[in-house]
Each structure stands twice: as structure tokens, then as C-alpha cells.
Design a protein around this ligand. Structure first.
Ligand SMILES: [Cu+2]
Length: 150
């Protein structure tokens, strides 16, 4: 009986929660969360134009990071990519912003409508560059942000 107990303990120790899983290669990619909230928005001048509604408004991450948008507001928003180096004066979005698309920053993306309390798909910061995005519903608020990948 004593031997069986010791074996059981050894087996439990081998699968301690939080231990690196067998077969993992290198460090796991970090995930960065960008909070989405128009309610608590502070409009800020950035190198790309007025930003707001996302926190941080400019997110800087290394290549390989995973990005996720989490809606901490009480109503729906999107995070939708914008091409170009500065925020256009008027909304660049069409209704396609509401159809979830993309899983990399370089390929373009839209979360679709993220309900209150929900999160977007994850997006891989796959290539260096500056990636602008905004909210389909509140672009003019302004509700816009940038991700700088280095
Ligand atoms: Cu919005």
C-alpha cells in the first residue's frame, strides 16, 4: 500500500499545473490585450492623427506577439484595420467591417462587432510595421488606435 501511494504521488508531481508542457519548443508567444472602451476614452494626438477609444492607443510589441481586443464597454465595437500611414479624415470602413476576418496584422483584419464584455479573435503580429485600426461604429469619435510592431 505504501509503495502504491508513493507511485501515485510521483505521477501527480509529473503533471503539476503550470509546468512547461512536454514537447513545447522555446518560449510561448506573449499575448497583449488592447482594451476597447469609448465610454472611458481619452482623445490623444498621435503621430498618426487623433486616437481614442482603445487603450493603449498606441501599442508597441515585438514580432511574434499575439494581439487580442477586449471590449470593456457596455455596447458593441469593432477593431478594423486601416491601410495607410495616417488616419483618414472620414471613415474608411464599409459594412464588411462587421464580418470577422483575418488572423494576422499584415493581412488586414476586422473583429466584426465585439459585444460588451467579449473579445476579438487573436491576431499575430507577424511582420514589422505600423498597423492602424478603428471602430466601424465610432470612427469619428474618434475611435482609432495603432499597433507598432518591431
Ligand atoms: Cu466603437
Amino acid at each position: 500500500m505504501r509503495v502504491v501511494s508513493l507511485l501515485l504521488l510521483a505521477a501527480l508531481a509529473a503533471c503539476t499545473p503550470g509546468a512547461p508542457s512536454a514537447g513545447s519548443t522555446g518560449a510561448a508567444a506573449a499575448t497583449t490585450t488592447i482594451d476597447v472602451s469609448l465610454t472611458s476614452s481619452v482623445v490623444t494626438a498621435t503621430a498618426y492623427g487623433s486616437a481614442g477609444g482603445f487603450s493603449p492607443q498606441v501599442t508597441t510589441v515585438p514580432v511574434g506577439t499575439t494581439i487580442r481586443f477586449t471590449n470593456v464597454d457596455s455596447f458593441a465595437h469593432t477593431a478594423t484595420s486601416i491601410s495607410g500611414a495616417t488616419f483618414p479624415a472620414s471613415s474608411p470602413f464599409s459594412a464588411s467591417a462587421l464580418q470577422l476576418f483575418g488572423n494576422t496584422l499584415s493581412g488586414g483584419f476586422t473583429s466584426g462587432a465585439i459585444a460588451a464584455g467579449a473579445s476579438s479573435q487573436t491576431l499575430l503580429a507577424d511582420a514589422p510595421g505600423t498597423y492602424l485600426y478603428g471602430c466601424f461604429f465610432h470612427y469619428g469619435a474618434p475611435m482609432r488606435g495603432a499597433i507598432v510592431v518591431h
